[in-house]
Design a protein around this ligand. Structure first.
Ligand code: RB5
Length: 142
């Protein structure tokens, strides 16, 4: 499965760890950043969100220090539903209820093992549809 991934400098190490941990079965397309040198998170979140907006069935992982900067940026794009997830329960609900297509990780606030578990849960949890489909449809209408 092709998966987009991007981070700023604060998420760089965790991004690399996630790619390594899930090297089997995931076809990563890494949109940067490629070092721990300081960068501006929108410069990485916008390009990733553009890829997901072009094919909303795509899946992606975004990271920054808190997760908030990249989530705010990605969610400016129609059909991108970027969910800030700090535990597996939030990740499961982001898929079940929100049909999130981007999982956002707060790299400075969760350990790597938690990040791996969140990514695993996110990619293995289906959207429930039903009443949630109606609500997700309404996200883009205003
Ligand atoms: C970078 O210092 C930090 O501001 C960024 O990673 C993120 O937390 C912004 O929301």
């Amino acid at each position: 499965m092709k998966v987009y991934i991007a981070s700023d400098h604060a998420g760089y190490e965790m991004k690399e760890a996630i790619k390594h941990h899930f090297s089997a079965g995931f076809d990563w397309e890494d949109l940067g950043t490629h070092s721990s040198e300081s960068v501006d998170y929108p410069d990485y979140a916008h390009p990733l969100a553009e890829m997901v907006a072009q094919s909303p069935e795509a899946r992606a992982v975004l990271l920054c220090g808190t997760g908030n900067g990249v989530a705010m940026t990605a969610n400016k794009h129609a059909d991108v539903r970027a969910a800030l997830c700090w535990n597996t329960e939030i990740a499961a609900l982001a898929r079940q209820h929100n049909n999130a297509n981007v999982v956002v990780l707060p790299a400075r606030f969760i350990p790597a093992e938690e990040a791996f578990a969140i990514v695993e849960t996110f990619f293995n949890t289906p959207f429930e549809g039903g009443r949630h489909a109606r609500r997700v449809e309404k996200i883009n209408t205003r």
